[in-house]
Design a protein around this ligand. Structure first.
Ligand code: PMP
Length: 298
């Protein structure tokens, strides 16, 4: 099976065996992309399993549900507790957690009734599988605030990310670089983009991105490393001229971008600041940093 070390699945308040967590083909969420979800990771800390920035992920989950006007009887605290229960049931000591809310069995564009909520977890190593990657700028642009609500993590939005991924020439590149509709750097299909110039660590800013929790974490860690952290709109040329470029996200963690299109970025190898940030991040998630408030022990 694709999902190694599967957990139990929490579905609408019940903890079910993985293979019993089934839904109907006539779901509104399936037909119209009306689901919202989160991607969270848990890591092995000295004290046991720890979920990284659970509160912030649940906050964004409820924000996304609000955008799709999903009524739910669950509070944020109840969903947090359910996530902890699911992770506890997962045989792996490090892995990924996927909470999802979706509209149920009803067709016609306007949904009816409460949203279903499910939470599952399994062992999922870092998404790219390597620490240095090459990006290809693709012609598909990232959805803009004129099209949808890019800040919400809505299932349907991932068609945009997928079309961008499909157009990557996989013989030369690992992932897509998406621009926004104004031509500024937006993001990779499931990760945010950063540039490093001297001692400045710059998060690519755009109204079209999903502002990642990893991105916010790295901005804090950069300041703590004595660097200057900021958010700025950037053009593709700014990335070409940068000393270092990297992408980040819960699934991806921190991954150096050593080439974009026909250009080599920096030295063509992972840069020292990217490496420091990556190490600082991996220390925090595993409970060896100073931000204990970012961890929820299971
Ligand atoms: N952008 C998109 C489109 C994403 O799907 C993700 C992954 N959730 C990110 C950015 C990074 O967000 P985070 O750091 O919160 O995982």
């Amino acid at each position: 099976m694709f999902f190694p070390s599967p957990s139990k699945v929490w579905l609408d308040g019940e903890l079910l065996p993985w293979e019993k967590a089934k839904v109907h083909v006539m779901l509104h969420g399936l037909h119209y992309g009306t689901s919202v979800f989160e991607g969270i990771r848990f890591y092995r800390a000295p004290e046991g399993k720890a979920i990284f920035r659970l509160r912030e992920h649940v906050e964004r989950f409820f924000f996304s549900m609000g955008v799709l006007r999903m009524p739910t009887k669950w509070s944020k605290e109840e969903i947090e507790k359910a996530i902890v229960e699911v992770v506890r049931s997962c045989p792996a000591d490090e892995g990924y957690i996927r909470p999802i809310a979706f509209y149920g069995e009803h067709l016609g564009l306007l949904p009816k009734g409460e949203a279903h909520v499910a939470i599952a977890s399994w062992a999922w190593p870092a998404y790219m599988g390597k620490e240095e990657i090459r990006l290809q700028t693709v012609s598909i642009r990232r959805i803009s605030p004129a099209i949808s609500v890019p800040k919400a993590k809505i299932g349907g939005h991932y068609v945009n990310s997928l079309l961008a991924s499909f157009s990557v020439d996989r013989s030369k590149f690992d992932d897509a670089l998406m621009l926004d509709t104004e031509g500024y750097v937006a993001e990779a299909p499931v990760a945010n983009v950063f540039a490093v110039k001297g001692d400045e660590v710059i998060a690519a800013e755009s109204d079209s991105i999903l502002p990642g929790i990893t991105r916010e974490t790295l901005l804090v860690l950069a300041e703590e490393l004595g660097l200057r952290a900021k958010r700025e709109k950037m053009k593709r040329e700014d990335l070409f001229k940068a000393d270092e470029v990297f992408i980040c996200g819960t699934a991806v963690e921190v991954c150096a971008v050593v080439g974009i299109d026909d250009r080599v970025i920096g030295s063509g190898k992972i840069g020292s600041i990217t490496r420091q940030l990556r190490e600082a991040y991996l220390k925090e998630v595993r409970g060896q940093g100073k931000h204990r408030e970012w961890l929820t022990f299971v």
